[in-house]
Design a protein around this ligand. Structure first.
Ligand SMILES: NC(=O)c1ccc[n+]([C@@H]2O[C@H](COP(=O)([O-])OP(=O)(O)OC[C@H]3O[C@@H](n4cnc5c(N)ncnc54)[C@H](OP(=O)(O)O)[C@@H]3O)[C@@H](O)[C@H]2O)c1
Length: 336
């Protein structure tokens, strides 16, 4: 299948217009099925998806090993087209705890050595620290990745969840392909300052949480039972009255989707796609069924009337509850 393509910034790679975010295949959204995960990655590559996004800390390397397995068993042509986007820097412990970030140059070199091994590749296409390390100037972290680019271990430098000032400092250090950041109908914080900054500097956006972690997918229900450790069990948007409020927004969106004969998830993904050619949504599909639905968004055209109706149904700032719990919000340079 031929998918439309977009380029990540002025210096980044050309990729299918949506990428596959693989996090949920290993962590944070409850149990996942390994065989179905591999089949989903294969189906995505077969459909023309190229960008596979992961983090070395997603279940402590599990997600990278899963992608490595899928790449090894994919047809050679699909493997050749695949682009890996890897986040590093989060510090974990054997019980799954989180204890900050490490962006020191020696840590960057250490992280990448393990990632290359787990993924079974000779280079990573886009490499980025997941969160700014408050103790290490971004110039040092980005400078260390730039050295990896020179040596051929990494092709492009990305950023994740950083604000305008950090983006400018990073871009002054080395070419930046894209900023990975949450962006959806109900997470529109980047529109004021961050998006104008990336556009000014020729940096692309890989948008995550396009379905707000399933909340605005049209499949999430009030009575959903969450496994221990599921991100949504401690996300403010999924709690009590906030959840009721947010699911009411989804009902409003559903009316528009129904009228167009498309699904809620497709409408939400198509809305992000409509925000600009510089934005590549990451689809968090964990199964082939969800993947097929998500890819259907590429066939959805939202005209001016549709966009106005969506804006009225779910205006900016309409969500109840922050996108992360307080401790995690505090780690977001993008929210300062
Ligand atoms: N840079 C960062 O800080 C950061 C943070 C988070 C994520 N990410 C990256 O962004 C990727 C996407 O984020 P996300 O997983 O939170 O995104 P998302 O697309 O907002 O949420 C994915 C969840 O939505 C549900 N869903 C329902 N219908 C779907 C459909 N048609 N297609 C896809 N998902 C559907 C899935 O749950 P069911 O399978 O249970 O239906 C899935 O767990 C991640 O995999 C990760 O690579 C980056």
């Amino acid at each position: 299948m031929n998918l439309p393509t977009r380029t990540l910034g002025t210096t980044g790679p050309r990729t299918a217009a949506v990428g596959l975010g693989c996090m949920g295949m290993s962590a944070l959204y409850g149990e996942s099925d390994r065989a179905e995960s591999v089949a989903t990655i294969h189906a995505a590559l077969d459909a023309g998806v190229t960008l596979l996004d992961t983090g070395d800390f997603y279940a402590m390397g599990h997600n990278e090993m899963l992608i490595g397995e899928a790449l090894r068993s994919a047809p050679a042509a699909a493997r050749a087209n695949a682009l890996t986007s890897v986040k590093f820097g989060a510090l974990r412990d054997p019980d799954g705890g989180w204890s900050g970030y490490d962006g020191r140059p020696e840590a960057v070199r250490n992280f990448v050595a393990y990632s290359l091994q787990r993924l079974g590749v000779d280079h990573i296409d886009v490499y980025r620290i997941a969160r700014l390390d408050p103790d290490v100037p971004i110039e040092e972290t980005v400078g260390a990745i730039a050295e990896l680019v020179e040596k051929g271990h990494v092709r492009h430098i990305g950023l994740s969840e950083v604000g305008a000032e950090t983006i400018r400092r990073a871009a002054a250090t080395a070419p930046i392909s894209d900023l990975q950041i949450e962006y959806s109908l109900i997470s529109r914080g980047i529109e004021d300052t961050i998006l104008p900054t990336t556009r000014e500097l020729g940096i692309g956006i890989t948008a995550y949480g396009v379905l707000s972690r399933g909340l605005i997918s049209g499949h999430y229900t009030r009575d959903r039972q969450l496994a221990p450790g599921d991100f949504r069990s401690f996300s403010p948007r999924f709690q009590g009255e906030n959840l009721d409020h947010n699911l009411n927004l989804v009902d409003r969106l559903r009316k528009i989707a129904d009228e167009k004969g498309v699904s809620v998830a497709q409408t939400a993904i198509a809305w992000v796609l409509s925000r600009g050619e510089d934005i590549v949504p990451l689809i968090g599909a964990r199964s082939r069924t969800r993947l097929t639905e998500a890819l259907g968004a590429l066939d959805v055209t939202l005209d001016e009337a549709d966009l106005a109706a969506i804006e009225e149904a779910v205006p900016a700032g309409a969500a109840a509850g922050d996108r992360y719990a307080a401790a995690q919000m505090a780690a977001l340079d993008s929210e300062r």
